[in-house]
Design a protein around this ligand. Structure first.
Ligand code: SF4
Ligand code: SF4
Length: 158
């Protein structure tokens, strides 16, 4: 490179915008179809385990007894197969990437307790049954058992 072309490039760079962004002050906007990380809407998830069976890397673990759904973000390859196979459509592919870490971690989500199903209106409007009267108050007093000798008259002695 001649000195002239070097000086030309130098001047051009001095008075033009930098090619890089001042990250993190100006974070990059993800393109619309970026595959970043998987998120699960635990309110809708039924813990069926289908996503876990379909995942080619075994990144998802479903514990039905413990009511948890876990994903290892570092094992996920963002193929989106779990999103397609979920019967409840509660999985979604988010644009942002898994946060960097020194260790391969797993994110675990707990299924929230569902409220008890509401009673039908007709059933809810029914009056409560009247309380039963105290059983002991109305019962007749127990009759004492009569011994056999006392109940039968003594045999006549001739
Ligand atoms: S397939 Fe869907 S509903 Fe079933 S466990 Fe996975 S996320 Fe939950
Ligand atoms: S996107 Fe692919 S690799 Fe990632 S959890 Fe879903 S099925 Fe597994």
């Amino acid at each position: 490179m001649s000195l002239f072309s070097f000086a030309k490039t130098e001047f051009k760079n001095l008075f033009s915008k930098p090619a890089t962004r001042p990250y993190p002050q100006q974070p990059r906007e993800y393109p619309e179809r970026t595959r970043g990380h998987i998120e699960n809407d635990m309110d809708v998830c039924i813990l069926c385990g289908l996503c876990s069976k379909k995942c080619p890397t075994g990144a998802i673990t479903v514990d039905r007894a413990g009511k948890t759904w876990s994903i290892s973000g570092f094992s996920c390859i963002q193929c989106g197969y779990c999103v397609e196979s979920c019967p409840k459509k509660c999985l979604s592919m988010k644009q942002s990437y898994t946060q960097p870490d020194a260790q391969k971690g797993t994110n675990t989500f707990v299924k929230p307790e569902q409220p008890a199903p509401a009673k039908p209106a007709a059933e809810a409007a029914k009056p409560a049954p009247a309380p039963k009267p105290a059983a002991d108050a109305e019962k007749p007093a127990a009759v004492p058992a009569v011994p056999a000798e006392a109940a039968e008259p003594a045999a006549k002695q001739d």
